[in-house]
Write a protein that binds this ligand. Sequence first.
Ligand code: TA6
Length: 295
Amino acid sequence: LCVSRTDNNAYTLSIPDRGASCQISSTIGAHLTSWKVNDHEMIFLSERADLTGRIPIRGGIPLCFPQFSKFGPYPQSHGFARNLTGAWRFERAYNEGVPQGFNDPCVVLVLSLTGPLDTPRVSTPYPHPFVLTMTFRLYATRIALSARVDNPSPEPLAFGFAYHPYFRVEEATQVGVRGLQGVRYKDQLVAGPEGEATQAGELLTVDREVDRIYRGAPERVVLEDLRTHAAFLAVERRNISDLVVWNPWVEKSKTMKDFQPEEYHKMICIEPAQVDLVQCAPGGSWEGQMVLSRL
Ligand code: TA6
């Protein structure tokens, strides 16, 4: 079990004898860029991803804080946390479980971000004190991410938060998300009340641009291979109310300079999102978890 700092500005967590590993950028946004189970890469990273920190990394698991999309004080934005280079601090890294001989060893990495951040770092001022602590736990076949926000100030703190994972698939039209049947969603591609709908089918599949916010979805959904009907990935969340599913498809893909036009075939985003702002009391805290499991 180990945590190492690599020369490409990343922390690598690994459980070598289980072929499990993950990489988290040590300079940009506490951004996870790789998660392998039995040496199989689970996470999509665009061939054109910009890893300089100039713009968010296209792929991996962007952390959206202090808001998701347009649901907050900023214009359409996923917040500044994923854009920040050099502001995230290493807190600690350690092994868990091995000494007791558990059969489920775990490697832990903790990073933190403290605000308020001076304006040059963020395009729109967010003058509120906060501490965002990210805990990454790598197990043999799953990874657990926990975000804790502390409000050290005498004022209430309002924020949104989302994990925005890009999952790597062989062919996006051959997978489906199971677990959303009967759930209300907002179709982000349809303005106004027409965009409100309810998921009819058991499986949400991709054959056009999909950009939907499922409100109050079940805490666990799975990604299933339509050819074999076998689920191969579970996405679980705790204390995060919504789930977003996104695939840019043909036209939107062409507008993203850090994305190859054909790459929409190779990815699907399933995002635990606390879209409505958390109101964190003075001295209070909030914690939202995502657990990804290879099935
Ligand atoms: O995943 C949902 C979404 O809000 C989409 O509308 C799309 O904008 C996507 O996030 C990517 O956003 P980004 O700012 O990372 O390009």
